[in-house]
Design a protein around this ligand. Sequence first.
Ligand SMILES: [Zn+2]
Length: 331
Amino acid sequence: MLPYSIATEYMSCDLCGSNDQILMYSKIDPITGREYHVVECSCGMAFVNPMPTEASIPALYPEDYLKDKNDLSSLYGRMLELLPQCKGGKLLDIGCGRGDFIRHASKHGWDAEGVDLLAWDTPHNAPIRVGDFTTMDFPGAGYDAITAWALLEHVRKPSAFFERVSRLLKDDGVFVFVVSNFGAPGMRHSCTEDIPRHLQLFTPKAIKSYLNKYGMISRAIFHSDKIYSCYPFGLLRYGFQSLRKKERHCSSYENRSVALLRNRQIRGNALAWLVDVFRSIGPVDIFLDAVDLCLGVALANLSKIMKNYGVVTVVAISNRQKKSNPRKEDC
Ligand SMILES: [Zn+2]
């Protein structure tokens, strides 16, 4: 049943170094079959602890992990809109996966390259380096833009990434990244995070602390689903557990209706999906799933209005840019 060998180790908080943590929830990972615990530090960062070791990280990702992440040209277009508009320049995409975004950026005038810890099957002839971004050499590098699309929650030590990005960024460069927001209503109280692929869970306050610590500031933090959407499903059952004062355990609840909805094989055929749902899930569970679904969607939309959405897009610049020209525009 357990095809992977994964070692774990206890970690201090990557942001503040503290060992003062409280248990938020536990979750059994369906991929590795192991239970993991999410803890919250007094500084606001949350993370998986004990955490998979560096050597164990590749075992967390099945070979088909990126299988659905193709043909996203409209998404890449929206990502490009976050970069300086006037011209291309040198771009580095960290955690580039198959290199789809690099290819898209190259077509639009950017001298783009990528780096990823793992080697994925790629259909492109894209310049991708495989290895640890925090330790590999970038001789003579100075990037106009560095991007990290849904990467930083996957790394064991975000501090090493922020530090490296700060060094590689030109004085007038931008660092654009998307990351899940553990401070959003519902995210702390649902089973949404992909544990343990998501190892570090940020809040906007923690993001700003990281940036400040490594010589950068946020120019903008967007709370929208323009790049990725995020719905806090699981709140209903999670709330029942809390009311009954049971230990909060995400794995005891799965919105099976939503799981079926996400099944790509029947996507687009509503009747087939409905038949499948009624055949495999009882009416009571369907009702609870439906209520849970409505709660998740309502809270996600409310959190956008409250500017505390479950996924945030951050545009950051170097402190050096602020000091040299505080009114400097993109072009
Ligand atoms: Zn901390």
